[in-house]
Design a protein around this ligand. Structure first.
Ligand code: CDP
Ligand code: CDP
Length: 228
C-alpha cells in the first residue's frame, strides 16, 4: 500500500536489533530482513570451501555465484546459501569469530547491499544490520541506532547460549568488543549512527518498551505525513 514505510535499525552486537525488528515487523505486518544473517551465510559458505578472508581474489570469484535466501519458515526465518539450509549453522562460534573479517570485503558488501535494496523496493520492510541507515537504505523513513552497554549485551548473549562450557562470559565480552571494533573501524560502510537516526539506549529497557517506542515513532511519522 501507499502508506508503507521502511524502517532501518543499526547498532552493535547484542543491542536487541533482530529481536526488536522481528517484533516491530509483527506489529505492523511488515517483512523483517536480517542482513547479519546474510553476512553469516556467506561466511559459513567460504569456511566450508576453506577460503580464508585474506584470499580476497578467490572470494571475489565466488561472490557472483553466491545465492542467499531468507525464507519464512515454521519456526521463524530460514537461511539458505547455495542450496544448503544453514539457519542454525550460521550462529556457531566459528562463524561468530570470522564474520566481521569477511564483512570487510568490498565486493562481498556491494553484492549483499544490492540484494538488500531489492528486498526493500516495495516498502513495508524492517531491516537490521550495521549500515542500513547510512548505506543500504539512506531514504528509510524511520531510522534507529540501537545501543546498550557491552556488559549488558554480553549478558544477553550468555543467557541465550545452550552450552556454557564452550565459552566463558569474559571471552564473550572480548569477542563482542572485538567484533564491534572491526565493524566500526572498517573502511567500507562502517557501523555508525546516521545523522538522521534516533539513538536508543536499550540497556535498561525491556523488549516491549523498545518495540512500543519504535511503533509509536512510525505512527507519528505516518500522521505527520498525512498532514503535509
Ligand atoms: O546478531 P549479531 O549482532 O551478533 O550480528 P549480526 O547482525 O548477525 O551480524 C554479524 C556480522 O555481520 C556483524 O558483526 C558485521 O561484521 C556483519 N554485518 C555487516 O557488516 N553489515 C550488516 N548490515 C550486517 C552485519
Ligand atoms: O540483533 P542483536 O545482536 O542486536 O540483538 P538480539 O539478538 O536481538 O538480542 C540479543 C538478546 O538480548 C536476545 O536474547 C534478546 O531477547 C535480548 N534482549 C533483551 O533481553 N532486552 C532488550 N531490550 C533487547 C534484547
Amino acid at each position: 500500500a501507499q502508506d508503507k514505510i521502511n524502517i532501518a535499525i543499526d547498532g552493535p552486537a547484542g543491542a536487541g536489533k533482530s529481536t526488536i525488528a522481528r517484533m516491530v515487523a509483527g506489529r505492523l505486518s511488515y517483512v523483517y530482513v536480517d542482513t547479519g544473517a546474510m553476512y553469516r551465510a556467506a561466511t559459513w559458505y567460504f569456511q566450508k570451501l576453506g577460503v580464508s578472508p585474506d584470499e580476497v581474489d578467490k572470494i571475489l570469484q565466488i561472490v557472483p555465484d553466491l545465492d542467499i535466501d531468507l525464507l519464512p519458515g515454521e519456526h521463524g526465518q530460514q537461511v539458505w546459501v547455495n542450496g544448503a539450509e544453514v539457519t542454525d549453522e550460521i550462529r556457531s562460534l566459528a562463524v561468530n569469530a570470522m564474520v566481521s573479517r569477511y564483512a570487510q570485503i568490498e565486493g562481498l558488501r556491494s553484492r549483499l547491499v544490492s540484494l538488500q535494496r531489492q528486498m526493500a523496493l516495495r516498502k513495508g520492510v524492517v531491516m537490521d544490520g550495521r549500515d542500513i541507515g547510512t548505506t543500504v537504505l539512506p531514504d528509510a523513513e524511520v531510522k534507529i541506532y540501537m545501543i546498550a552497554s557491552v556488559e549488558e549485551r554480553a549478558h544477553r548473549r550468555y543467557k541465550e547460549m545452550k552450552e556454557h562450557n564452550q565459552i566463558t562470559f569474559e571471552q564473550l565480552v572480548r569477542d563482542i568488543a572485538e567484533r564491534d571494533r572491526l565493524d566500526q573501524e572498517r573502511e567500507i560502510s562502517p557501523l555508525r549512527q546516521a545523522t538522521d537516526a534516533i539513538l536508543m539506549d536499550t540497556t535498561e529497557m525491556t523488549l516491549d518498551e523498545v518495540t512500543e517506542r519504535i511503533v509509536s515513532l512510525c505512527r507519528t511519522y505516518g500522521s505527520e505525513r498525512e498532514q503535509r
